[in-house]
Design a protein around this ligand. Structure first.
Ligand code: GDP
Ligand code: MG
Length: 457
């Protein structure tokens, strides 16, 4: 398909980082300011994502010294609402990532933490460019906040002690990144954006540096990554969530990065019982924020172009799987090929997971949540010998039961945010396979560790 860098789409942005570094706060800050500013905002809460239009970016970056609003070529940002590894991992296309750019949040008081390092590895593996928000600068002792000032100037205008502390902590963080094999530098001192990753100091809490962060992201994505952001007809769309809604049935929330979806399009996507093929019945997006008082939360569209977060209504979505791309078959003869492709991608994703010969059996609702759970189990040194996504069926119990002969504690299924079929539970009870079910990763771990202790006694 033809691409030109004259027409750019909004970059899809994810927020990653260690717990408590301020990821959620960062999203809130980016959203809230615009909501408060009302008019200039025009921000819309998308499905699973927030659309920050160009007008809001301009407004937000007014105080940034080297930002030229006239030069802004992007129509906006599309920021994924749920921060974290899981949603990032769900945004995938042919093994790579649909996320164009990530904000890696680092707490200036803590430097690099275990999940920061996990996030870095993930970003490097998927070749996703990122910007570092060195957050919580307001916690430097004696810091004077001013969100209306360019943060570079703001740092200069601080008293000696916070300036010194900033420098020291910055240097420490730079050294920690170097240990991970990465060159990083303050955004305005970055000698080469292809070699150095930029750091923007921020306070998600008070707003300091958020303008600089947004200006930097805009600048960086429309220059260094313009090619990738050229709007293109070729569909790039990923299923983020499968949701049953009263009155609407089972719907899917997708991030449409590129190309367009039309009502009536025949979509093909992964399902627990094989690929699903179904025509789009409705395409929905939420009303813009200022119209939110209207009871009817969704607006209907005949066609939607990327990048947007979209709710898709169609039949037969009950068994849809999140975390994989969605395709459109434009011709009859494409259908079989696309079905194969969808199945192949699911197989590939599952087969690329390294299993041990002995371990628990792990089941999750999406590829992203499966990966997040596996990452956690690895950190806890809990081995796994089998994985699957979707509800727990009898055949899963059968697989888990093979551990009974080897190591009874591993004859266990950790079911994360999925249903357990009745006959599967009955079978498990008969065979002596334990199924632990939870919506929170930590609860699963607790249940498993407690069970392991019990077995030992
Ligand atoms: P997440 O786990 O990364 O999503 O972190 P949260 O956004 O939930 O933030 C964790 C805690 O840090 C909360 O109490 C926030 O209010 C606080 N926090 C986040 N950003 C900042 C910041 O810039 N400055 C200060 N002082 N606190 C912050
Ligand atoms: Mg959070």
């Amino acid at each position: 398909a033809k691409r030109t860098t004259d027409v750019l789409r909004a970059p899809v942005i994810c927020v990653l980082g260690h717990v408590d570094t301020g990821k959620t706060k960062m999203l809130d800050t980016i959203r809230r300011t615009n909501v408060q500013d009302g008019e200039a905002g025009g921000i819309t809460q998308q499905i699973g994502a927030t659309q920050v239009p160009a007008s809001a970016i301009k407004e937000r970056c007014k105080m940034v010294k080297d930002f030229d609003p006239e030069g802004l070529k992007l129509p906006g940002f599309l920021i994924i609402d749920t921060p974290g590894h899981e949603s990032f991992a769900n945004l995938r296309s042919r093994g790579s990532s649909l996320c164009d750019l990530a904000i890696l949040v680092v707490d200036i008081m803590h430097g690099l933490e275990p999940q920061t390092i996990e996030s870095i590895k993930l970003l490097v593996k998927r070749r996703t460019p990122f910007v570092i928000a060195l957050n919580k600068i307001d916690r430097l002792y004696g810091w004077e906040s001013n969100p209306r000032k360019d943060v570079r100037q703001l740092i200069k205008s601080q008293a000696n002690s916070p300036q010194l502390e900033f420098k020291e902590r910055l240097q420490k963080t730079v050294a920690e990144f170097a240990e991970q094999g990465l060159n990083v530098a303050l955004a305005w001192e970055n000698p080469d954006p292809n070699e150095y990753i930029s750091i923007v100091p921020t306070s998600a809490f008070l707003g300091d540096g958020i303008g600089n962060l947004m200006a930097h992201i805009a600048q960086y994505s429309q220059t260094t990554h313009a090619k990738k952001l050229a709007y293109c007809e070729e569909l790039d769309c990923s299923v983020m969530e499968v949701k049953a809604l009263p009155g609407l049935g089972t719907t899917i929330d997708v991030i449409l990065v590129n190309g367009a979806l039309h009502v009536g399009d025949i979509i093909i996507l992964a399902g627990t019982d094989g690929p699903i093929m179904t025509p789009i019945r409705e395409l929905l997006m939420p009303q813009p924020l200022k119209e939110m008082r209207v009871k009817n939360a969704y607006e209907h569209f005949p066609v939607i172009k990327g990048a947007q977060g979209v709710k898709v209504l169609a039949k037969n979505l009950e068994k849809a799987l999140a975390g994989l791309p969605l395709f459109v078959a434009h011709r009859e003869d494409e259908v079989d090929l696309l079905r194969e492709q969808v199945q192949e991608q699911l197989n590939q994703a599952l087969h690329s997971i390294k299993l041990t010969s002995e371990g628990v059996y792990v089941q999750a609702s999406t590829l992203g949540s499966l990966e997040a759970l596996l990452e956690f189990l690895r950190s806890q040194k809990i081995p796994y010998c089998g994985v699957n996504i979707g509800p727990v069926h009898k055949k899963d119990v059968l697989k888990a039961s093979t551990m009974l002969e080897h190591n009874a504690e591993f004859a266990t299924i950790l079911a994360f945010d999925v249903k357990v079929e009745r006959d599967a539970q009955l079978y498990a009870d008969n065979e002596g396979v334990r199924i632990f079910q939870a919506d929170i990763i930590y609860h699963l771990q607790d249940a498993f560790l407690k069970y392991r202790e019990e077995l030992k006694q």
